[in-house]
Design a protein around this ligand. Structure first.
Ligand SMILES: C[S@@+](CC[C@H](N)C(=O)[O-])C[C@H]1O[C@@H](n2cnc3c(N)ncnc32)[C@H](O)[C@@H]1O
Length: 287
């Protein structure tokens, strides 16, 4: 099995050529692929060297990948994510249709790849936002409380707020002050009522510590990759509660960490990904 990272793939033309001739990629298109190649906060590609022996689960995994989801409008982007089976929940679809990505990033808002937002950060790829919302959906019911770590552009924070409704609350935490200001400005322009009602609050701080002042949370989303799972975050989950977090260095995986009603904690590896690191603010700036 070859594990191919998007950045790594750029210099691997021979491998890319092999992949382009594999059945997996007939399903995708080359421009979509090239946009995926530059990504942070996107899925990691898993391929079998011999494309004729791709097993069913690998095929299902691959068909879920989203290189071909890019579109010219928010509506079409979300419809493409639905067709790709990445969005299955009506509530996720509605939230992502309500919050127009264009209001949160000016460059290529409907391309299914991460985009730079400055300060060493990206807005994550739409398919990763969709995966996160789908995964957390049972813990994004009306009235629930959410912590969004690394809120960046504010886009996902607004989607999370849509899902928990007027009785719910989302705390967005970000360690770069300028990005806290950016997320506030974006949400203020798009959906000012979320800030006025305090359904969304945005704070400046180190997300590795969570945000004790508003804990516990029904779920926690982490938008950057932790070296190890920060225990502070598990401690700030309700029972039941769920943490969605990318963990790792070069090899990163999304982990779904569930706390059950009795407080028992389980870890499930969900998929390979590539995110910017959950780190110190000065290290991020110097990247
Ligand atoms: C891939 S970006 C995702 C941003 C946001 N979720 C979005 O899609 O617009 C990761 C974010 O995590 C932030 N970040 C990294 N380390 C952090 C830390 N220790 N505490 C809080 N935020 C952090 C970065 O500044 C960046 O905004």
């Amino acid at each position: 099995m070859i594990f191919l990272r998007s950045r790594f793939l750029l210099s691997q033309f021979s491998i890319t050529a092999t992949l382009l001739s594999s059945p997996l990629l007939y399903y995708n298109n080359i421009s979509g692929l090239s946009s995926a190649l530059n990504c942070d906060s996107g899925t990691l590609f898993h391929f079998n060297k011999n494309s004729s022996v791709i097993n069913t689960s690998l095929r299902q995994f691959s068909l879920k990948m989203a290189w071909y989801c890019s579109a010219n409008s928010n509506e079409d982007l979300v419809n493409n994510l639905k067709m790709a089976n990445i969005i299955n929940s009506k509530r996720v679809e509605e939230a992502m249709k309500t919050v127009d990505r264009r209001k949160y990033v000016s460059q290529s808002p409907y391309r299914d790849s991460p985009q730079q937002i400055g300060y060493g950060a990206t807005i994550s790829a739409p398919h990763m936002h969709a995966h996160a919302l789908e995964n957390l959906e049972p813990f994004l019911q009306p009235g629930m409380k959410v912590l969004d770590i690394g809120c960046g552009s504010g886009y996902l924070t607004a989607c999370l707020a849509e899902m928990v409704g007027p009785e719910g609350k989302v705390v967005g935490i970000e360690h770069i002050k300028e990005l806290v200001d950016m997320s506030r400005k974006n949400i203020q322009k798009d959906r000012p009522e979320l800030l006025e009602s305090q359904r969304v609050i945005l704070v400046h701080g180190d997300g590795r510590e969570g945000y004790l002042e508003e804990a516990p949370y029904d779920c926690i989303h982490v938008g950057a990759a932790a070296e190890k799972t920060p225990h502070a975050l598990i401690n700030q989950l309700k029972a039941p509660g769920r943490l969605f977090i990318p963990v790792g260095g070069y090899d990163q995986y999304i982990y779904q960490i569930d706390k059950d009603v009795n407080g028992n904690v389980t870890h499930k590896k969900v998929m390979g990904v590539m995110y910017v690191p959950l780190t110190d603010a000065d290290k991020q700036w110097s990247r």
